[in-house]
Ligand binder design. Structure first.
Ligand SMILES: Nc1ncnc2c1ncn2[C@@H]1O[C@H](COP(=O)(O)OP(=O)(O)OP(=O)(O)O)[C@@H](O)[C@H]1O
Ligand SMILES: [Mg+2]
Length: 290
């Protein structure tokens, strides 16, 4: 526990220590996270994602992330909750290298991804899939082409192989009968399912979701959540999901993380966080969203 205290003590951006030794970090995280997650921990395993002392300040003044420390395990489904402006998207965007942390470390399989440039960034990004609130499909490409393009351009797969994988993933999200439709011909829920198929077809190490159902009409939310539930329960994926869908979080999450003000306030098993929140702010937040 002394080591854990060392790892999780607050630091300001100027005094963040170097990333921890992989074995030491893994054993501290192992001791810390057991009991907080439904993940089946295996003695000696290392986290898939390690976030150490992550700090992000915009324009030198707005501090959005303050010493975030979080480990995510292989195959774990982590749901991140928190009020608007708490830093959830910024954290995902730092993991995906869309933002540069002001200080701190992010490691994937014990490899530091922060501080990379050029070709290295491209290589790291391949390990990370992201599904956005706004789908971000190419409007002029069909569903099939949208799911193929990353495979051929980024992974350099040949066309037939990419096509077979795309069809497989589109079928898995219930879009097998719409593969030749372009995004404007699809509903929001269908577009989001194509976006999920596109992310999965790249077989990333970690799949990040930023409020994937927030832009959808209520009747379409269910289909997308169904696809995500299937992926979480049977897809063998590591997922970090920012969402306000509490039913999904309670059923599917291995761990729920509550953020506020750029800080991880509380984390634990869904039933613990939802039914017995420890912090006043968590109680208020959960009360406010019913
Ligand atoms: N590029 C930027 N420049 C300046 N401030 C930013 C920038 N991006 C985000 N912020 C600020 O960072 C804070 C956290 O934003 P972030 O988008 O991470 O919150 P969030 O938890 O995802 O909120 P929401 O639930 O509304 O999506 C906000 O106060 C926001 O204004
Ligand atoms: Mg956000």
């Amino acid at each position: 526990m002394a080591l854990f205290a060392k790892k999780h003590k607050g630091f300001d951006a100027a005094t963040v220590p170097p990333a921890m030794d992989a074995n030491e970090a893994a054993s501290i995280a192992f001791a810390h996270d057991q009991g907080l997650s439904r993940h089946h921990f295996v003695e000696g395993e290392h986290p898939a994602v390690r976030i150490e002392h992550l700090n992000k300040t915009f324009n030198g003044e707005t501090q959005v992330l303050r010493d975030v420390n979080l480990d995510v395990w292989n195959g774990e489904i982590v749901v991140v909750l928190g009020p608007s402006g708490s830093g959830k998207s910024t954290m995902l965007r730092c993991i995906n290298l869309l933002e540069t942390p002001t200080a701190g470390h992010i490691l994937i399989d014990d490899e530091e991804i922060t501080g990379k440039s050029g070709r290295e960034v491209a290589r790291v990004r391949r390990e990370l899939g992201m599904v956005f609130q706004g789908f971000n499909l190419f409007p002029h490409l069909t569903a099939l082409e949208n799911v193929m393009v990353g495979q051929t351009k980024v992974l350099k797969k040949d066309k037939e192989e990419a096509r077979a994988e795309a069809i497989k993933q589109l079928e898995a999200v219930g879009m097998g009968d719409r593969i030749d439709f372009k995004p404007p011909q699809l509903s929001g829920g269908q577009q989001q399912r194509v976006a999920i198929a596109r992310a999965v077809a790249m077989h990333p190490k970690v799949l990040l979701f930023d409020e994937p159902t927030s832009a959808l009409d209520p009747e379409l939310v269910r289909d997308v959540l169904g696809v995500m539930r299937e992926l979480a329960l049977h897809g063998n994926m590591t997922m970090i999901v920012v969402t306000h869908e509490m039913g999904f979080a309670r059923e599917v999450a291995d761990r729920v993380v509550f953020m506020e003000g750029g800080v991880v306030v509380e984390q634990g098993l869904p039933e613990d966080v939802f039914d017995h929140p420890q912090h006043e702010r968590t109680k208020q937040f959960l009360g406010s969203i019913g």
